[in-house]
Design a protein around this ligand. Sequence first.
Ligand code: SF4
Length: 695
Amino acid sequence: MDGSGLPETRSTCPYCGVGCGVLLRPDGHGGLAVRGDPEHPANKGRLCSKGSALGDTVGLAHRLLAPIVDGAEITWDTALQHVADRFSNTIAEHGPDSVAFYVSGQLLTEDYYVANKLMKGFIGSANIDTNSRLCMASTVAGHKRAFGTDTVPGTYEDLEEADLIVLVGSNLAWCHPVLYQRIIAAKKERGTKIVVIDPRRTASCDGAEMHLALKPGSDVALFNHLFTKIYEGGAFDRDFLKHTNGFDTTLTSAYSDNVAATGLSEGELNAFCRLWLNTERVVTVFSQGVNQSTSGADKVNAILNCHLATGRIGKPGMGPFSVTGQPNAMGGREVGGLANMLACHLDLENADHRAAVRDFWSAPKMPTAPGLKAIDMFDAVKDGRIKALWVIHTNPAVSLPDADGVRDAIAQCPFTVVSDITAKTDTARLCDVLLPATAWAEKDGTVTNSDRTISRQRAVLPAPGAARADWDILADVGRRMGFAKAFDYQTPAEIFREHAALSGIAGRFGRDFDISALSQLHDAEYELFEPTRWPVTKTRSGGRFFADGRFFHPDGKAQLLPVQNKAPASVPSDAFPFVLNTGRVRDHWHTMTRTALSARLSSHYAEPFVDIHPQDAVSLGLEAADLALVKSETGSATLRVRITDAVAKGQLFAPIHWTGETAPTGRIDAVVAANVDPVSGQPESKASTVSVTKF
Ligand code: SF4
């Protein structure tokens, strides 16, 4: 209970991957009071600006309240039969790979599980991918190459037990604010040092001892240099190296890399390496600045190499730590929501894993090869290979690189379905069928945050109009496509139990993700489920991975991987001389479907902007508050000018959130090139080349 004496319900914040617990108290008139849950291990009562403004975002003014087909409201029965028929007919005529789902890290695990089961087990294609591809696919690839599985080794407590936190490509202060607050609180107590590695001076630098403004994309060169210094300084851990392969080849490769690519001075490099080598308890936190790169997976492995070589992994206050952007990016990874993954961290390409999942699901057909990753998926929509597309809780016409091309591809796709809470997104406006889904405060299920803690999200408001839960919509379509038994779900608890039972199979294959001890939860236990870090088996609960030196490659060892620095794919030219970095602002989320409803949040930044270095502003004849046209080969955006030396000369920064057709448009992903990491398929959203002129 809060001060009002009225009951509160425990749930989770739907924004970033910190996964803060919230206490919700409906006012009985559709409104909601929100405060941080002091009992939740992720935030212990804290909330950031976005979390504390959640109550401002639950109004119904913008909501989609009924199914719509070709502009007309119709019944669920008609709408879902239409969707099922169109998908079934397309598959019958053109095969299972002619259809695709593009889903979201906003989905709850139960929603994600049903979508993945329907596509991979029953449609028989792996063409399901997620906007998490834009967020952390490079980390998944890096983890799998180093550890054998996509395993986050550490816990949030490590951030408080570390003596040195290295933030790489992460503006934690704005993008994961509660974790940053926890680190700053620890700093006051134990003097934790913070280093920020980022081309841009961000709010995270305010609490840091050191900011290394390296050149965009040069992280591999920096961490290769650190690796050589680890060797020269004798800081490698001979005992721990027995649990790894590849040290010698990685060292040779690291020596042949060129640290000059970072643009950092010798003094800066020495100071950083000295600090790293002399501090045993180091946590390296990395995020989109590492992942959103054509060498994102290599950057991740360059970081992991340093932790593996020193044995600084899986122990209190030590380890590499990927922080995910979305509330359930981790849950999506766990159910296999990426086109190249199978459920429960099993491998799609492994025939034994496929057979086990197929038998568990009694699935009629399973794909044998990965499906289309996000960028490839929309290329296939564009060239007609994908003929039926279902987009769920995401807005690719704004948020994918080459957004104009994606918008045009969706517009020409023969059949498109969008499930969302509103019809007022750029993607929803283009589709044939609109399905009203329940929103955050109306949904029941689970999410997994960045440190593997599974938490319940609980419905506290009634579903408005005809809105239905995503798992329910997907299961209904599955039944109508002829898979009645497999999709006969009545509650999210049933789905969770099935997911947990399937994870027991993964556990038998020696995989990391095993929550089989939760497969027998009664409905009442599911309802009361407390935040729990996986794995959860009969013999193990939570904790860190890898301190014992046991990894998930077949020989039980970790793999150090030789990687070499690669420049970003887009090279500045006379026509496009600036390097554009994109990212989040503190108070908005994704394409602002929710946060724009809060006047408080919108007052932080009222319109889209571009940050320009003072010398560049002079040479371009731009003054503060001018409008600038930022253009690339793929499109343009019109943005308000901010002049600041937080960005280096020749570099720009613009936020990802805004859309709109009139200036300032701010639809920045129209400008971002669709260059992807060849290993992870993640787009390079932080190094596009552009021109800037006065608008
Ligand atoms: Fe929500 Fe993330 Fe803020 Fe926590 S830190 S309140 S999860 S946005």
